[in-house]
Ligand binder design. Structure first.
Ligand code: 5GP
Length: 194
């Protein structure tokens, strides 16, 4: 009777505001959402907590997890590995929880190969100028990294046709509302299948 939870992929260029939108969407408990905590080799940013934002590991640990088949997907992004541990995602989905992966484009393509029904959403900024302002405003990265992230953003924007939905983050609350509606509709469709 109770169906497996949805697998939801949220992507978008660095600085577009995925985290802020996600926080808004997750306030709605009726959506039964859980956030998949990724593993990364990148350094912890100020304010981030191990086991909350990411599991911070060494390159050796990450590569071992990949060899052991423990990752649903993984990718290298601006010099660091990022990936989704499979076991946690499966456990939650089997309990009927809808799981959100906040991952970049290459990882999303791998997820789609394995799970063609994944609900994929790409968030775009109102403009590339606005995106640059947001990344700079965050003041967490050195200039060289900012440049790399901006270049990466340009190439990621070319991949948005790979996603089922594209949502503009002009207004956080509105973007969150749109995403909530999309998720709710897919939950209904999922329930109809039973
Ligand atoms: P940040 O360093 O800004 O936290 O993340 C950099 C990029 O890595 C973002 O686009 C983010 O969505 C992506 N990312 C975070 N976790 C994962 C993951 O588990 N897998 C993949 N493929 N990308 C991830």
């Amino acid at each position: 009777m109770s169906s497996k939870g949805l697998l939801i992929v949220l992507s978008g260029p660095s600085g577009v505001g995925k985290g802020t939108i996600l926080k808004e969407v997750m306030k709605d408990e009726s959506l039964k959402l859980a956030f998949s905590i990724s593993m990364t080799t990148r350094a912890k940013r100020e304010g981030e907590v191990d086991g909350v934002n990411y599991f911070y590991v060494t390159r050796d640990e990450f590569e071992q997890a990949v060899r052991d088949g423990k990752m649903l997907e993984y990718a290298e992004f601006v010099g660091n590995y990022y990936g989704t541990p499979l076991e946690y995602v499966e456990k939650l989905r089997n309990e009927g929880t809808n799981v959100i992966l906040e991952i970049e484009v290459q990882g999303c393509l791998q997820v789609q190969e394995k799970e063609p029904d994944a609900l994929t959403i790409f968030i775009v900024p109102p403009s590339m100028e606005e995106l640059e302002n947001r990344i700079r405003g965050r003041k967490t990265e050195a200039e060289e990294i900012i440049q790399q992230r901006l270049a990466k953003a340009e190439s990621e924007m070319e991949m948005l046709n790979k996603y089922k939905y594209v949502v503009c983050n002009d207004d956080v609350e509105l973007a969150a509302d749109i995403i909530s509606v999309i998720i709710r509709r897919h939950m209904e469709k999922n329930a109809e299948k039973d």
